[in-house]
Design a protein around this ligand. Sequence first.
Ligand SMILES: NC(=O)C1=CN([C@@H]2O[C@H](COP(=O)(O)OP(=O)(O)OC[C@H]3O[C@@H](n4cnc5c(N)ncnc54)[C@H](O)[C@@H]3O)[C@@H](O)[C@H]2O)C=CC1
Ligand SMILES: O=C(O)[C@@H]1CCC=N1
Length: 274
Amino acid sequence: MKITFLGGGNMAAALIGGMVERGFAAAGLQVVDLGAETRQRLAARFGVRTVESFDDAALACDAIVLAVKPQQMRAALAQLAGRLSGQLVISIAAGLRIADIARWLGAGGAPYARIVRCMPNTPALIGAGVTGLYADPSVDAAGREAAARILSAVGSVVWGADEAAIDGVTAVSGSGPAYVFHFIEALEAAGRSFGFDEQTARRLALDTVTGAARLAAASDEPPGVLRERVTSKGGTTEAALASLAAAGWHDALVAAVQAAAARGRELGEQLGKD
Ligand SMILES: NC(=O)C1=CN([C@@H]2O[C@H](COP(=O)(O)OP(=O)(O)OC[C@H]3O[C@@H](n4cnc5c(N)ncnc54)[C@H](O)[C@@H]3O)[C@@H](O)[C@H]2O)C=CC1
Ligand SMILES: O=C(O)[C@@H]1CCC=N1
């Protein structure tokens, strides 16, 4: 499969790195990016062809992954409007709706079909991503399968029942690594408060998060049961969890995820007005 990325930033690099690591031929991958340094970095790191704007070679592909920021999308798509000839279009942009992308890509008032909206996350770089996908009804089974094959190369995939589900995926797992990194930062800071040096505090925090996540993933039991097993009556964990509850930690996290989803919907509405 030949794939061209529009935008070669953080998320495109995570996807390309994961794909190359898992056997996608670098010769089949191209990146269109305005940044000379970004192009040089990607070419040197992954051996992919890079170009500043779409030329015939970049257009000669099976799928185009839209990986510029939502606010950059409309301007970036101007170079493609009316030039596509059936390529599958896969947008990873937060919030942006298929109907608006279809309109921006269309020609002569006719919207472009064959668009899949999806939301991956940065652990894709190590093959440990998770992606939610939703395909416009104009995408046939082969197109859905191609999109799933690309994203499956870098982790697990989940299909959303409707397009709105992608705003939920964005909030939970698209932005999710940042919540986890923030948790690790806080656990590390707590470790430092006991006098551990940075390296030791990070090791304690990181190995705890990695180990607990791996245990939860390997267990048949829900995380709540695993949590109870750590929590001895009258013990240390109980004291910590009571402190978190008093601070409203659980509800704060749920509210944070809802704020992310609301921002995704807002971006879609605002940017789709043009
Ligand atoms: N960073 C993340 O964790 C995730 C990001 N996303 C989505 O991925 C998309 C990209 O995000 P990042 O990679 O974080 O952004 P980024 O800013 O790192 O990368 C965007 C790239 O697009 C290039 N670009 C901008 N306008 C262009 C144009 N007209 N033509 C060619 N290249 C152009 C920029 O030079 C830049 O290299 C966003 O839409 C975001 O919502 C999705 C999932 C996770
Ligand atoms: O923060 C953002 O808007 C993007 C989408 C999901 C992760 N990063």
